[in-house]
Write a protein that binds this ligand. Structure first.
Ligand code: ZN
Length: 60
């Protein structure tokens, strides 16, 4: 099962294994509904930063 990240109204981000298609879970901290974060693009942009660093330091 894939790991998704969920963010509740308080801003707590929870990683959880859920079935595909699950849109929200209960936040373990505040027990409010936490919605699935679908910002894949943001992730890739952030990842690109440190990936780029890794690549440049590994360049021969
Ligand atoms: Zn919460």
């Amino acid at each position: 099962m894939p790991v998704y990240e969920f963010e509740c109204p308080e801003g707590t981000i929870t990683e959880k294994f859920v079935k595909m298609g699950t849109e929200e879970i209960e936040c373990p901290n505040c027990h409010k509904k936490a919605k699935k974060i679908i910002s894949r693009c943001t992730f890739e942009l952030k990842g690109g930063g440190w990936f780029a660093d890794g690549y440049s330091s590994n360049k021969k």
